[in-house]
Design a protein around this ligand. Structure first.
Ligand code: RTP
Ligand code: MG
Length: 140
């Protein structure tokens, strides 16, 4: 299979708890390469744009409030089956349901504070990478 790219985010809870290094270590242990990185704090407008698909859902407002409460890390990951590999590394959305040693089991504390985000399809990956990175910021 050709190399695939996915978008990864360390959410405010993971950055605040100083788990950047731990999570990067687990990502690199899968064989995926980190090919772009940025730290930033989302504005409300950015958070709403990023999670537009969830507008109107019961968890939308708590999710936007959580996502804007502190800095995040965003990454582009590259490798074979990058999207599936990284979703598997993250584990289930709810940390209490996530398999042992997944990122959400290790570093998430609940909902919406589940430590990480990862693209769920090639279309999402393209949209989410372009949301945060220009082509010349990616060291592929
Ligand atoms: P993500 O987009 O953040 O990678 O997570 P996901 O695909 O596993 O889950 P998704 O359904 O897209 O939900 C986005 C984020 O919203 C919060 N959430 N809270 N209280 C709830 O029922 C609930 N459901 C979702 C989580 O932070 C989830 O990651
Ligand atoms: Mg999602």
């Amino acid at each position: 299979m050709a190399l695939e790219r996915t978008f990864s985010m360390l959410k405010p809870d993971a950055v605040k708890a100083a788990h950047i290094g731990d999570i990067y270590q687990q990502i690199e242990a899968t064989g995926l390469k980190i090919v772009a990185v940025k730290m930033l704090q989302l504005s409300r407008e950015q958070a709403e744009g990023f999670y537009a698909e969830h507008h109107g859902k019961s968890f939308y407002e708590p999710l936007i409030a959580f996502m804007t409460e502190g800095p995040i890390m965003v990454q582009v990951l590259e490798g074979e089956h990058a999207i599936e590999t990284y979703r598997n590394l993250m584990g289930a959305t709810d940390p209490s349901q996530a398999a042992p040693n997944t990122l959400r089991a290790n570093y998430g504390s609940g909902m919406p504070a589940n430590a990480t985000h990862g693209s769920d399809s090639p279309e999402s990956a393209s949209r989410e990478i372009a949301f945060f990175f220009s082509d010349d910021e990616i060291c592929g």
